[in-house]
Write a protein that binds this ligand. Structure first.
Ligand code: FAD
Ligand code: PHB
Length: 392
């Protein structure tokens, strides 16, 4: 089989790229190892920056988002029992974010992929990339007992942190940077109204907590936990007790409890692989970089990589100009590193680190108090949270 662009992975990065290329009139084939239900059902990100919302509009997939997404013009920060609000709209000249779950984004991408006839192959095993440093790369895989081969002009590695794409780059051609955090996030979904109109990021003596939501009747809550914790250690009752304490007296009192229907523990990591290109392979999204979820940047970074990559591929495929693909890695990394910095800073500011002493907690509290009282500090937080502009 032949196509222009072989896309590895049908997560947000892979499907967004397939839709954008389709809009440019460029054909692609998406190769995914799991089933569609598995990929679409994963509970992950919840906050979309304006660039991501604009991308969904650009590919004609913002109708449900405009109806059901919750526009947030600010967020709350709580330190022990004090809460203050960061007013994004006021601080950034009108910017906001939209709360709309990754599983909803995936549902919209999948429904449109069907109606637009995009070629997405699920259940592909043993995916392997070949001759990436030539002008005729290939992708092979087995599906339903048959071995298949795709000949293409370019390969887009959108297969997440554990994928095969980054692993196909020779180690001498790749530099990686990594920080693993000494705690995880225990996340819970429950069909109860959220504790507040907007998110609450809470830094508490007992550890971080986050009150988020998926709709006005569905709450998403997280608490910092030990990496040694198991889900069995966390009954619903224990989770609600701990969350309530960490959100502080006011917000804690407004938490409505209910049975959880999803509970998971995620490790936290900062990771970047450079460059995001090798020969005719281009990495995008989690395949190239991971952020701790504190800044809500993971999905948004995948979206902005894809905008830059699709434009670069369109330029070379449709016009024969290579400057876009030649600059893709540097252009994407410039934005990625700023989101890495912000996510790391926001994590450090709000979490309890096991090895730290009393002075670290006091310094955190002082920084939070400074942010509470300084418009300049709030502006820095707000403009990073709503998302930095795409670099030219
Ligand atoms: P992925 O979503 O990982 O998609 C990659 C796809 O490639 C998957 O479907 C995978 O099955 C497929 N694949 C992998 N290997 C192969 C292979 N060898 N062959 C073929 N296909 C392959 N971000 C936030 O902003 N907020 C959050 O709260 C948040 N929570 C998260 C919780 C977890 C547990 C994880 C893992 C991530 C979370 N993220 C969160 C990050 C966000 O979900 C990701 O940044 C986003 O999914 C990245 O999209 P992606 O398409 O690059 O990668
Ligand atoms: C979520 O709703 O899942 C969410 C929101 C904000 C974050 C991380 C996760 O920073």
């Amino acid at each position: 089989m032949r196509t222009r662009v072989a896309i590895i992975g049908a997560g947000p990065a892979g499907l967004l790229l397939a839709h954008l290329l389709h809009q440019f009139g460029i054909e692609s084939v998406v190769v995914e190892q799991h089933t569609r239900d598995h990929v679409a059902g994963r509970v992950r990100a919840g906050v979309l920056e304006t660039v991501t919302v604009d991308l969904l509009a650009r590919i004609g997939l913002d109708e449900r988002l405009r109806k059901e997404g919750l526009v947030h013009t600010g967020t709350n920060i709580s330190c022990d029992d004090e809460t203050f609000r960061i007013d994004f709209a006021d601080l950034t000249g009108g910017a906001s974010v939209v709360v709309y779950g990754q599983s909803e984004v995936m549902a919209d991408l999948n429904a449109a992929a069907d109606s637009r006839g995009l070629d997405i192959r699920y259940g592909c095993d043993d995916v392997a990339l070949h001759e990436l440093d030539s002008d005729h790369p290939k992708v092979t895989f087995t599906r339903l007992g048959e071995t298949e081969r795709i000949d293409c002009d370019f390969v887009a590695g959108c297969d997440g942190y554990h994928g095969v794409s980054r692993a196909s780059i020779p180690s001498h051609a790749l530099q990686t940077f990594e920080k693993v955090y000494p705690f995880g996030w225990l996340g819970v979904l429950a069909d109860v109204p959220p504790a507040a109109d907007e998110l609450i990021y809470a830094s508490h003596d007992r550890g971080f907590a986050l009150a988020s939501m998926r709709s006005l009747t569905r709450s998403r809550y997280y608490i910092q936990c030990s990496l040694a914790d198991r889900l069995e250690d966390w009954s619903d009752a224990r989770f609600w007790d701990e969350l309530t304490l960490r959100l502080g007296v006011h917000a804690g009192a407004r938490v409505i409890r209910g049975p959880s229907f999803e509970k998971s523990i995620a490790p936290l990591r900062s990771f970047v692989a450079e460059p995001m290109r090798w020969g005719r392979l281009f990495l995008a999204g989690d395949a190239a970089h991971i952020v701790p979820p504190t800044g809500a940047k993971g999905l948004n970074l995948a979206a902005t990589d894809v905008i830059m990559l699709a434009e670069a591929l369109a330029e070379v495929i449709l016009e024969g100009r290579t400057s876009g693909v030649d600059h893709y890695s540097a252009r994407a990394l410039a934005r990625v590193w700023k989101a890495e910095r912000f996510s790391w800073w926001f994590t450090k500011l709000t979490h309890r680190f096991p090895e730290t002493s009393g002075i670290d907690r006091r310094l955190q509290a002082a920084e939070l108090d400074y942010i509470r009282s300084s418009r300049a500090a709030q502006t820095v937080l707000a403009e990073n949270y709503v998302g930095l502009p795409l670099t030219p």
